[in-house]
Design a protein around this ligand. Structure first.
Ligand code: NAD
Ligand code: ZN
Length: 342
């Protein structure tokens, strides 16, 4: 089969035409991949940065955002059928930990990642544990199915705290921040302000969701708040940039008792003015992945009830043009990029 492979421990990614097709175990299914999304994680692997070097075994088929069709089911699998259109959770959990046995699957410390620690979905076929599979409702097509993983990050983060009637600050208008803005709006927030330093992304944010985009390199966030007649600060903060400056700015403009959900992954440890956190009595919650499978339920339900995030997909490319997709993504000149495997 063909697959995008990290074949060598150096920058790059290679299209292989003769990877062995995975064989599903008795609790797995084999999925014929139709569409895949390029994730920031894939860009780390492509660039071969310090995180990728210590995390990714080589050679490795990468990719974890996918939609496709089940073509084979393992002998123990009862609830899934050949021919079903599916996406799935890319975090593969163990069954031994206290969290897993308590049903808190997303908190399992033994989590491994499809396309990170085990063979991925940038391939004609991917093997997935049946447990991880999420069947796609008819109205959710393959390209939306291929971006449910990052939408799930956005939904998990955004729904961490009650948003109804709240003023929400999102730092970072990457694909996930933009989708979180749409979710916050759908969930009933009052003001949704999104910051970035990249005008392309802020323009896209304003096209995807009814939000106030703020270029913090050019505009003072406090002026924007005054324009919106926000007297005290934001009730809820969603940190989606990983940029230390964005987090510091968020701490500055949070309301007393405000709540922050933190998805962005900083490249390195950084100092924080903890007095801000203490004296404002802020709550900070770290977010990893998606809740299995409550986030999946909620995002599918919201997509079925009017949440529209399709405009976040800015590029659709055949897999043969994957290098172009990776380069556009690395430059940040896009929303989501979907590769077509058919
Ligand atoms: P992205 O890199 O595409 O977007 C981040 C955005 O932040 C960029 O548009 C960048 O211009 C912007 N930014 C940089 N400095 C800023 C500043 N000072 N103020 C405001 N914005 C600034 O990333 P993404 O794919 O949208 O993901 C968002 C974040 O979530 C990333 O940090 C990513 O690594 C992380 N992530 C975490 C998880 C998890 O499970 N915790 C999962 C997926 C992604
Ligand atoms: Zn992803």
């Amino acid at each position: 089969m063909k697959a995008l492979v990290k074949s060598r421990a150096e920058p790059g990614l290679w299209l292989s035409e003769n990877e062995p097709t995975p064989v599903p175990g008795q609790d797995d299914v084999l999925v014929k991949v139709r569409k895949t999304g390029i994730c920031g994680t894939d860009i780390h692997i492509y660039k071969w940065d310090a995180w990728a070097q210590k995390t990714i075994p080589v050679p490795m088929v990468v990719g974890h955002e996918y939609a496709g069709e089940i073509v084979e089911v393992g002998s123990h699998v009862r609830n899934l059928k050949v021919g079903q259109r599916v996406s799935g959770e890319g975090h593969v959990i163990g069954m031994k930990s206290r969290a897993t046995r308590a049903g808190k699957f997303h908190l399992d410390p033994e989590t491994r990642g499809i396309g990170v620690n085990m063979p991925g979905a940038f391939a004609d076929y991917v093997r997935v544990p049946a447990f991880n599979i999420v069947p796609l409702p008819e109205e959710i097509d393959d390209e939306l199915g291929a971006i449910l993983d990052p939408l799930g990050n956005a939904v998990h983060t955004a729904l961490s705290f009650d948003l109804v009637g709240e003023d929400v600050l999102i730092t970072g208008a990457g694909p996930i921040g933009i989708m979180a803005a749409a979710v916050a709006r759908h969930a009933g927030a009052r003001h949704v302000v999104i910051t970035d330093v990249n005008p392309v992304r802020l323009d896209l944010a304003a096209r995807v969701a009814d939000v106030t985009p703020v270029d913090v390199a050019k505009e003072d966030l406090r002026d924007v708040m005054a324009r919106l007649r926000m007297k005290e600060g934001f009730d809820v903060g969603l940190e989606m940039s990983g940029a230390p400056a964005a987090f510091q700015q968020m701490l500055d403009v949070m309301l007393m008792g405000g709540k922050i959900a933190m998805l962005g992954i900083p490249a390195a440890p950084f100092a924080v003015d903890w007095n801000r956190v203490v004296f404002k009595m802020l709550t900070i919650k770290g977010i990893y992945g998606r809740e299995m499978f409550e986030t999946w339920h909620k995002m599918l339900a919201m997509l079925q009830s009017g949440l529209d995030i399709r405009p976040v997909i800015t590029h659709r490319l055949p897999v043969a043009d994957y290098l172009q997709g990776f380069e556009i993504m690395a430059r940040g000149e896009c929303g989501k990029i979907v590769l077509d495997w058919s």
